[in-house]
Design a binder for this molecule. Structure first.
Ligand code: 26W
Length: 833
């Protein structure tokens, strides 16, 4: 059946089912849920109870949509895509669910004084922060687009008990505390009692021809918990299935029956710890055994799930690659290549060659970073111990792959050594490592980077050999963000304005934003646009006053850098600018200076000393600057704690200036850059990641690009970059650096930032902050000049929004669906909220 047809049949079915209990107005449904699910009533219910009741109303409708979608996909023998990711940074579900279910406006009218407002009710929900940063949030945006485009699709991941840690700032320093996002229950998840798979570890494996016998030492149960991801403007949904680890039920009975509860509990923990906590590192590979177990745990459960669904539907695996596409979100699920081979060959009796042929057609892989420390490798000794059968499979894949390489490039031993799936550790057995990126490439038919620059650099640098071997496999898929969460739901003011000017369709067709170009010069529109921005700034200022105790002037330029704290992202360059600006103001250089509020937010990996120093420095600088009456009207600094999806939803709409200042060639794409621009911020940025494509879209006159580009960075490094000379020869830079080094911002401990100073001046300044400093500061002065001409600023901000159409995750997913997954998308009807 064509997609069109089944869309309509689904939709009709949905009407039939939904007309039963939902005929009642929302208020009555909430009352009903308050009574039956929460056991309370309107007279005594508080915000949290209302939250649960409202969530139950949404849950019921989501459940129906889920059942219908599965029914349709089965009936249509649909080809499906499975998106495997260690991280899904979902955030809150309520606002998005209400919007997708078209209940948002009705709900707003239900929650009126003297009761809590809808916003207050929605704020009861903890963020599902099952991810670190860009990669995890991208996965969440992608699910939203897959559902909206009607793709038969599933996300698979880990149901961490503890997601990303909560960050607080104590005496200027980051303090981490664990965050149990589910607490006792989440109204958004559906435990699937019947859906569980056994995952094995350890033991030994013996080979005999194609086939091998694995005698595992341990087993753990993977239990499925589903989140229904609603599409917008469609009844279709996507599924996010997360796996929780549990002890196999029969196992702990022994200890339990003998009354040895402590041993029984210890036993249980040994299994369940696999899915306890997310590794809070977004760029360095932990290399720890528990992490490898996590990866294999969720991958094995997902593969078994995929195969059992396929078996149910077809009773054969001969057509597996026709019906299944599996995507690897970075290399974290790469062991899936070996696991699929194991399941097909060892468990289901396929011939090795037949299985391998399917495997290669099934997998595709996205690389998200060029940073060498992020490229995953596992010690062969560890892999052997934890996954002995997979190690044999990897050796065989490698053997056959290298045979192919020899045929293509006979005698090129060096090439073989470079592309091998195994790093031979210079002959030392204990240093041998499995290269997960190589396994991903060899096992996939499509490999992509996440912006044009990143994809180009990928094939020129880290994967150059593979690009020569398999040029047809490498592609670009520039990232995108969902306009539903990042504009429609988080920026009501601007959304209403857009609806008025260009209609509501932009939610599902972001290219409609082009329509704004014609009103960029319209003074009335410019005014309304500025007023919406000001409202958002007031809302953020309110939050900052409450949470940080700093009062920001809503008319000042809100200059925002929000992202993980990392040296390559160069928050420290931003700090150098803050100090430079402060020094200039103290010197009385106030002409042409726009009042500014410089806002930072972001988490540092718990073991990343330098990143934590940067957070502390920001707070120390803020304490000095904010308390100086001489500069207070022109300069404010705030570090907003606990950056995550919900905090971002508050910040993005309020920004005037978006700081995207990574060293050229280091930020794979960035997605915050897109969210900020979409909400009408101007970018100050380097020629890095998607910044380049943003410039192409909004026009070079409407963005502030500065600094060395990738080629210049390479040239500088090659000719012997000397940061200490820049320090000596630029008195303005020297003054800023000396203040850091001399303890001006840390009078109680003058040597506090000595290491930070040394890193820049004496230890090579690896990310070239000093090389880009002068241009950055000069460019910031041009930003001031523009801000002091509000009409011009407004015009450029509008043109930024107008150019963002291509950065919709819908565009990205359509590209993946057409080119990588070979899946048909379903045209939407209606208007999403
Ligand atoms: C193994 C440890 C580890 C964990 C996560 C290494 C690397 C990662 C990620 C690949 C880091 C990440 O989130 N990368 C970001 O991905 C975004 C989505 O594609 C891009 O927009 C960012 O530029 C990139 O840094």
């Amino acid at each position: 059946m064509a997609y069109e047809t089944y869309y309509w049949s689904t939709s009709l079915m949905s009407k039939a089912i939904e007309s039963q209990p939902d005929g009642e107005p929302l208020r009555a449904q909430i009352d009903h849920k308050l009574l039956c699910q929460v056991a309370t009533d309107r007279d005594v219910a508080g915000k949290a109870e209302y939250y649960h009741a409202l969530a139950q109303v949404a849950r019921e409708q989501l459940a129906r949509r889920w059942v219908e979608t599965q029914h349709a996909d089965r009936a249509n023998k649909a080809r499906r895509v499975y998106y495997l990711s260690m991280e899904f940074l979902i955030g809150r579900a309520m606002n998005n669910a209400l919007s997708a279910l078209d209940l948002r406006e009705q709900a707003a009218t239900v929650f009126t004084p003297p009761g809590p407002s809808l916003n207050e009710v929605m704020e009861c929900e903890p963020d599902a922060a099952l991810g670190n940063g860009g990669l995890g949030r991208l996965a969440a945006c992608f699910l939203d687009s897959m559902a909206t485009l009607g793709l038969p699709s599933w996300g698979y991941g880990v149901r961490y008990e503890y997601g990303m840690f909560a960050q607080s700032i104590v005496n200027g320093q980051q303090v981490e505390k664990p965050e149990a996002w589910v607490q006792d229950r989440s109204p958004w998840e559906f435990p699937r009692a019947g859906r569980h798979h056994t995952v094995h570890f350890g033991g030994s494996a013996e080979h005999s021809g194609d086939w091998a016998e694995w005698h595992p030492a341990d087993s753990v149960e993977a239990k499925a918990f589903d989140h229904v991801i609603p599409g917008h403007g469609t009844d279709r949904v996507s599924t996010l299935r997360l796996w929780k680890a549990a002890a196999p039920s029969e196992i702990d009975l022994g200890a339990f029956n003998t009354g040895d509860y402590q041993r029984a509990a210890e036993f249980k923990n040994r299994f369940e710890n696999i899915s306890w906590v997310l590794y809070p590192n977004d760029s360095t590979s932990a290399g720890r055994e528990l992490r490898l177990r996590q990866e294999y745990f969720f991958v094995s459960a997902s593969m078994q799930d995929i195969l059992s669904r396929h078996d149910d539907e077809y009773g054969s695996f001969d057509n597996l690659a026709d019906k299944v596409a599996i995507h690897l979100n970075d290399t974290h699920p790469a062991i899936g290549v070996a696991e699929l081979m194991r399941l097909l060959v060892d468990e289901h009796g396929l011939k090795w060659n037949a299985a391998w042929e399917q495997c290669r057609r099934i997998f595709s892989y996205t690389n998200h970073t060029l940073m060498p420390e992020a490229l995953e490798t596992w010690k062969v000794t560890l892999m052997q111990r934890v996954l002995p059968r997979h190690m044999l499979i990897i050796y065989r894949i490698n053997h056959e792959f290298l045979d192919e390489v020899v045929r293509l490039y006979p005698g090129d031993i060096d090439l073989m050594r470079r592309v091998s799936l195994i790093d031979d550790g210079n002959g030392h057995e204990k240093d041998k490592r499995v290269r997960m990126a190589h396994l991903s490439i060899v096992g996939s038919h499509r490999i992509n980077g996440v912006s044009q620059l990143h994809s180009d650099l990928m094939v020129q640098t880290i994967f150059a050999d593979f690009a020569r071997l398999y040029p047809e496999r490498f592609h670009n898929k520039t990232n995108g963000v969902t306009p539903r969460r990042w504009l429609a739901q988080s920026n009501l003011g601007l959304s209403a304005l857009l609806d008025e000017r260009i209609g509501k369709e932009w939610r599902l067709d972001l290219d409609r934003l082009e329509g704004l170009r014609s009103v960029a010069d319209d003074a009335a529109f410019g005014k309304a646009f500025a007023a919406a921005k000001r409202d958002n700034k007031l809302r953020l200022a309110d939050y900052v006053a409450r949470e940080v105790g700093v009062s920001l002037n809503p008319d000042s330029l809100f200059d925002v850098q929000v992202k993980r704290i990392h040296e390559y992202k160069r928050q420290l360059l931003n700090v150098l600018h803050v100090i430079t600006r402060y020094n200039a103001l103290l010197n009385g250089e106030t002409a042409g200076v726009a009042p500014r509020s410089i806002i930072f937010a972001g988490k540092a990996a718990s073991s990343y000393h330098m990143a934590k120093q940067v957070i502390r420095l920001i707070n120390d600088v803020a304490a000095v600057v904010n308390n100086d009456p001489r500069t207070r009207d022109l300069l404010q600094v705030a570090f907003i704690p606990n950056y995550g999806v919900s905090v971002a939803e508050l910040i993005m709409p309020a920004a005037n200036l978006s700081e995207q200042i990574s060293t050229a060639g280091t930020e794979a794409s960035g997605t915050g850059n897109m969210k900020l621009s979409l909400n009408g911020a101007l970018t100050i940025g380097t020629e890095d990641g998607a910044n380049i494509e943003i410039r192409d879209q909004v026009g070079a006159d409407n963005i502030f690009i500065f600094g060395n580009n990738t080629a210049q960075v390479a040239a500088l490094r090659q000719t012997g970059y000397q940061p200490s000379e820049l320090y000596q020869n630029d008195p303005v830079l020297k003054e800023a650096l000396d203040k850091i080094d001399g303890g001006f911002f840390s009078p109680g401990e003058r040597s506090r930032y000595h290491d930070v100073f040394n890193c820049l001046v004496h230890y090579g300044d690896h990310y070239l902050l000093l090389a880009d400093y002068a241009d950055y500061v000069a460019t910031q002065a041009r930003v001031d000049a523009l801000y002091l001409t509000p009409a011009e600023w407004q015009r450029k901000a509008i043109l930024n929004v107008a150019g963002m159409g291509t950065f919709s995750a819908d565009r990205t997913i359509r590209d993946y669906a057409d080119d990588t997954w070979k899946l048909q998308t379903l045209t939407n009807r209606g208007t999403a909220q």
